[in-house]
Design a protein around this ligand. Structure first.
Ligand code: NAD
Length: 486
């Protein structure tokens, strides 16, 4: 792995504290950092290097999945950190930053390889990347990479504009757009699962699969993020990015090679074959919901409109369910159902692949008592794969479901940010979101955004602690299916 400088904008912020420092530290302990590296943290506060290093150490102690028991290693790790106070909107500060970077490069004998991680609010992305270019930070002698967080735009137009601005400083191959769902170990395992199990590959098509269900449910409400969330809703916060990415990785055809380019091509292909909704599709295939009061884990909770910072007139979506169709040779005729929401019964992310029921198709008597085969991929909080099969019970002579648990991840697996940062450090963008995927995702959701804006779609209330509004169940019942709330 190349030696490099890691420049962290927003180093005093929440994401850095909770995720980024620990991820870098765990990579360091696992020998997955370059032999030589420099980390420059940036924030508006006037901190010394020492204050920053203490902050990094405290953050790791609080949030790392591993306990800290090697102070020498920690000391060596912290020694790589320097701090530079900078207002990202002021050009002059970038000159000072460049001096700090170059001084460290010289001291440590580092090549001019630089990663810029923008852990800041999205409105700063444009000004930071322009200043990186104008100040000469984006050196030509080594490589440069840009890591950015979601959201990437708030609709198609703003995403196109942002991408155009970024492309003035960075090539597409240099941009690493984080979608932390793609960093979850089970999501990263999906391709390998199919690749190493021809039995699964053989069945993943419309000959055998009846429907696919993707659920990402949360038990939390809007929390302290009311300003952001009331503008974003579930459609922007979860659906356009994480859920459509899960759809792509679940449905994509297995490429011949698991390279970033080939995986990216296959994911893009899925989005290209995704049937556009149009105005009619939004009405027939999309369910919008908003939570009302109820109970979570036996504790009473208020409804969305009673949350601090939310207007009583808010029509924001805290739940969304949709039926999607991929009109290609493999998946044509198989509905994909997606749902996500806040204040739901359980916190989980799961893909359920329901197989066709041959007895049902043959109209045999037993069909209504037989459960279809299910391939269940648990993504979080627990990870694992199970396959539900049917066996005749010799005692009752009835066909009954049995479940085969294929795998469950061991404890202490690397976190999403560790896997993703390791990939970014070594220049592998397979599990990052590429521009075409972002663009096609916004294009697909755009009619939904418009209908929400016009308030032309019913807003279904659902009880906190439920799995969403009745209308989301009716969506599947229209096709003769049900959500598998396992
Ligand atoms: P935060 O508000 O805690 O931190 C923002 C950082 O930006 C701080 O370090 C602050 O000093 C800095 N900043 C703000 N204005 C500045 C200026 N003018 N000049 C210099 N620095 C300035 O935000 P966060 O929660 O760390 O989120 C950062 C990014 O990550 C956002 O884009 C967010 O959407 C994204 N994100 C965060 C999380 C999370 O769990 N926190 C999860 C996913 C994505």
């Amino acid at each position: 792995m190349d030696s490099m400088t890691f420049v962290l904008f927003g180093a005093t912020g929440d994401l850095a504290k909770r995720k980024i420092f620990s991820a870098l530290y765990n990579l360091f302990l696992d020998g997955k950092m370059p032999n030589s590296f420099s980390i420059i943290g940036l924030g508006r506060r006037e901190w010394s290097d020492y204050t920053f290093q203490i902050h990094v150490e405290q953050s790791i102690k609080t949030f790392s999945r591993r306990s800290i028991n090697n102070s020498l290693k920690m000391e060596k790790f912290l020694d790589a950190f320097r701090y530079c106070s900078l207002d990202v909107t002021e050009y002059e500060g970038y000159k000072k930053l460049l001096e700090t970077i170059e001084r460290r490069e010289e001291q440590l004998g580092l090549p001019e390889n630089r990663i810029f991680y923008l852990s800041v609010a999205p409105e700063f992305v444009d000004v930071i990347t322009s200043n990186i270019k104008d100040s000469g930070l984006s050196s030509k002698k080594g490589w440069k990479r840009l890591i950015i967080e979601k959201p990437f735009g708030h609709d198609l137009k703003s995403a196109l504009e942002l991408n155009e601005k970024l492309s003035r400083t960075f090539e597409e191959e240099e941009i690493y757009r984080i979608d932390h769902y793609l960093g979850k170990p089970m999501v990263q395992n999906l391709e390998g699962l199919e690749f190493s199990n021809p039995v699964l590959k053989a069945f993943m098509n419309n000959q055998y699969i009846a429907n696919v269900q993707i659920t990402a449910s949360e038990t939390v409400g809007v929390e302290e993020r009311s300003d952001y969330y009331d503008q974003a809703g579930a459609i922007r916060d979860m659906f356009q990015n994480h859920l459509l990415q899960l759809l792509m990785v679940t449905a994509m055809h297995l490429p011949n090679k698991l390279s970033a380019r080939e995986v990216g091509n296959e994911k893009r292909r899925i989005m290209e074959f995704l049937r556009p909704l149009g105005n009619k599709g939004v009405i027939t295939d999309v369910i919008r919901g908003q939570y009302v009061s109820g109970e979570i884990d036996g504790r009473p909770v208020v409804g969305y409109k009673e949350e601090p910072g939310i207007e009583n007139s808010s029509t924001n979506d805290t739940f969304i369910a949709a039926r999607l169709w991929i009109d290609d040779a493999l998946w044509s005729g198989v509905p994909f159902y997606i749902r996500t929401g806040k204040r739901m019964k359980e916190k989980l992310t799961r893909v359920v692949i329901e197989f066709k029921n041959p007895l049902k198709d043959l109209n045999m008597l037993q069909h209504d008592v037989m459960t279809p085969n299910l391939l269940v991929i648990q993504i979080s909080p627990n990870e694992g794969v199970s396959l539900q099969l049917n066996m005749k019970n010799p005692l009752t002579n009835q066909i009954e479901p049995i479940s085969t648990e294929f795998s469950a991840s061991p404890k202490n697996v690397p976190e999403a940010y560790e896997l993703l940062l390791f990939d970014a450090l070594r220049g592998d963008s397979t599990f990052f979101t590429h521009w075409k995927e972002v663009e096609l995702s916004w294009r697909w959701v755009q009619p939904i955004l418009e209908s929400f804006e016009e308030n032309s779609l019913p807003l279904h209330p659902y009880r906190s602690g439920s799995m969403g509004p009745d209308a989301s169940y009716e969506l599947l019942q229209e096709d003769g299916f049900n959500w598998w709330d396992l």
